[in-house]
Design a protein around this ligand. Structure first.
Ligand SMILES: CC(C)(COP(=O)(O)OP(=O)(O)OC[C@H]1O[C@@H](n2cnc3c(N)ncnc32)[C@H](O)[C@@H]1OP(=O)(O)O)[C@@H](O)C(=O)NCCC(=O)NCCS
Length: 173
């Protein structure tokens, strides 16, 4: 079942399925500002997502970043990932090249491990040769996902904004 899931760029075809996932995150009390824009005006949200990927009209603190959705052949949106095309000082410390989330009802089935694996392929296609992936050290699931994908722990850092300990891993592509 896992092996049949694939990444897609955000598109109107998955509007209802994506918003269904957003609702599920909200019901689980997991709020992301990324979701607000999708709920308010989906067409504008798609345009912004595309511009972010192309690096068009970006605020200075953001780097170009491509968003992917992990979907099933039946059209269920399982999760999302972001691939930042390069690092800035903030991402070097926390965030790295790739972020991901899996909808609450579909966790612990290997989808997190797969979404990172598939996004690493996209990173390779982009021409990256190694990527930084970070997680809160307390996020055991994310740490396992990174390690399953060949992550080598470089070090731990402490976030200056909230004092949280971050684990920083490099993955060779
Ligand atoms: C972290 C997250 C992506 C994991 O997704 P997932 O689909 O459950 O991941 P997987 O099923 O591939 O599980 C990966 C490993 O973590 C383990 N795991 C998953 N959830 C766990 C939990 N709550 N506690 C402990 N281990 C957990 C799994 O057992 C698996 O370990 P194993 O393969 O060694 O047996 C998901 O919980 C999520 O979206 N969290 C919110 C967003 C987030 O934290 N993103 C990462 C930011 S760095």
């Amino acid at each position: 079942m896992n092996a049949s899931t694939f990444l897609t760029l955000p598109s109107l075809n998955y509007r209802a399925a994506f918003l269904d996932m957003v609702d599920e995150f909200e019901r689980a009390g997991q709020h992301y500002s990324y979701h607000d824009a999708a709920r308010q005006d989906f067409a504008a949200f798609l345009l912004d997502t595309e511009k972010q990927s192309q690096g068009v009209d970006l605020p200075p603190e953001l780097v170009p970043s491509t968003t992917y959705w992990l979907v099933t052949p039946e059209g269920v949106v399982i999760g999302r990932s972001s691939l930042r095309h390069y690092l800035n000082p903030a991402l070097e410390l926390r965030g790295g090249h790739i972020g991901y989330a899996i909808r609450p009802s579909m966790r612990r089935q290997g989808h997190g491990t797969r979404i990172l694996a598939l996004t690493l392929e996209k990173a390779r296609e982009l021409g990256l040769t190694r990527v930084l992936v970070t997680c809160d050290t307390s996020n055991i699931a994310s740490a396992r996902i990174i390690e399953h994908n060949g992550g080598i722990l470089e070090n731990f850092t402490t976030s200056p904004s909230d004092g949280v300990q971050i684990s920083r891993y490099w993955i060779q592509l």
